[in-house]
Design a protein around this ligand. Structure first.
Ligand code: USQ
Length: 382
């Protein structure tokens, strides 16, 4: 397949690019290094040094004898994106080219405006480039479970059947984000659904939970191929943060009551899910929505798991509840459905003690690089 990966420098984009290229697909990635720029500006340095894409693709080629083509531009530039899509005519477009941090989107006007503009403009540009040049291409867009929020009813997989005054119809499941970032993802979904209905575009929208993990099938060969692994309050997701905190001796930062429940998945499973979605594209005019996670935990449960695993390898892990910098329900009902990807054949990599210990041991190699000053939350929702 000819595959275009937008946001190919990211935590998910780079491992996805290596995975598909290693399988023999023709892969072209695009990135504008916006995450690198934001993290530099905000002192959110990742744990390992990530060579730039030109350097990384050279290392990848040497080790795997496969090429990945790199284009460095901003997908908000419609002319550039449209030209690339017109020439490359991808069969599959994987859309990761968004500002992915909830805390960043809540820092202030400039950060909120950037998140809103970037995420919606890029999604809009992709849709129009596809309509113009390759209307049969399959767009896989990374959405988020956070689009649904934490409603007091079961969360369905994308859609809900409503019965109202004796009549029934099917709608997108109600959505309510708890950050501007999550809200841009909701707006993306609406935009895509509009163009699917009216222009018969083919879209898979993956509602993903927080991802954790470091190694994938390609990066284990050379640390220079690792994904960007953040542990600060802006770009680090909770499990990755707890791993680094456990190794550095910082008490695990449970926000508030810690009963916030989410659906989690291993980075390896993100890639497996993308691959399954790529093999099962929807028909033109249909939008496939899949809830992408493999198990649910509260923050307290994750902290206990990391503590137990850490103590087994001689770390003295402590847990400390701190004031929640976010506005979110700290105790709530949570029962999301997630059968779609399993039906397509997903074999989950669960968060076992062995998996946590492997990740902790890996982080230990880089213990000296941990900067304890970027662990505490710096962004307050209020
Ligand atoms: N949390 C803590 N302590 C921490 C960090 C986080 O208790 O040190 C809590 C948060 O308050 C939240 C939960 O852990 O209740 C998850 O937070 P997170 O930072 O791991 O995830 P979130 O900000 O929701 O965003 C991440 C990704 C985002 C993706 C999303 C999936 O950054 O790109 O869309 O996970 S989901 O959460 O399902 O919306």
């Amino acid at each position: 397949m000819k595959i275009l990966i937008l946001g190919g420098d990211g935590y998910l984009g780079w491992p996805t690019a290596m995975h598909f290229a290693n399988k023999g697909h023709k892969v072209n990635i695009v990135d504008n290094y916006s995450r690198r720029k934001i993290s530099k500006k905000n002192d959110s340095k990742p744990l390992f040094n990530n060579p730039n894409l030109i350097q990384r693709t050279k290392i990848f080629k040497k080790l795997f004898k496969k090429s990945i083509k790199v284009d460095l531009f901003d997908c908000q530039n419609f002319t550039k994106l449209n030209k690339l899509i017109k020439n490359f005519k991808p069969e599959l477009i994987i859309h990761y080219a968004e500002q992915p941090s909830a805390p960043y989107s809540m820092m202030g006007f400039d950060e909120a405006k950037f998140t809103l503009n970037n995420n919606l403009n890029v999604t809009f540009n992709i849709i129009w480039s596809v309509i113009n040049n390759c209307p049969n291409s399959h767009i896989i867009k990374l959405g988020t479970m956070g689009e649904y929020g934490t409603p007091n009813i079961d969360i369905e997989e994308g859609w809900i059947n409503l019965f109202h005054k004796g009549r029934k119809d099917k709608f997108l499941f109600p959505r309510q984000g708890s950050s501007l970032y999550h809200t841009t993802k909701i707006l993306d979904t609406d935009l895509l659904w509009f163009y699917v209905r009216l222009y018969k575009v083919r879209v898979t929208d993956l509602m993903q939970g927080p991802v954790y993990g470091i190694l994938t099938n390609e990066s284990f060969k050379d640390d220079r191929l690792l994904p960007n692994f953040h542990y600060d309050d802006i770009f680090g997701t909770v499990v990755n943060r707890f791993l680094v905190q456990a190794v550095s001796g910082h008490p695990l930062t449970v926000y508030g009551k810690g009963e916030q429940k989410r659906g989690y998945l291993n980075l390896k499973d993100t890639i497996n899910c993308i691959e399954l979605a790529s093999k099962n594209p929807p028909q033109p005019g249909k939008m496939s929505i899949l809830n992408q996670f493999t198990e649910t935990f509260t923050v307290n449960e994750i902290a206990s798991k990391v503590k137990k695993a850490g103590n087994k390898i001689g770390l003295n892990v402590k847990i400390k509840s701190i004031n929640n910098p976010r506005k979110e329900k700290e105790k709530h009902y949570y029962n999301p459905k997630y059968t779609g990807l399993k039906k397509l054949g997903l074999k989950p990599n669960y968060m076992s003690e062995e998996v946590i210990i492997t990740m902790l041991n890996f982080v230990k190699k880089y213990k000296k690089k941990i900067n304890s000053n970027i662990i505490k939350p710096r962004v307050n929702w209020k």
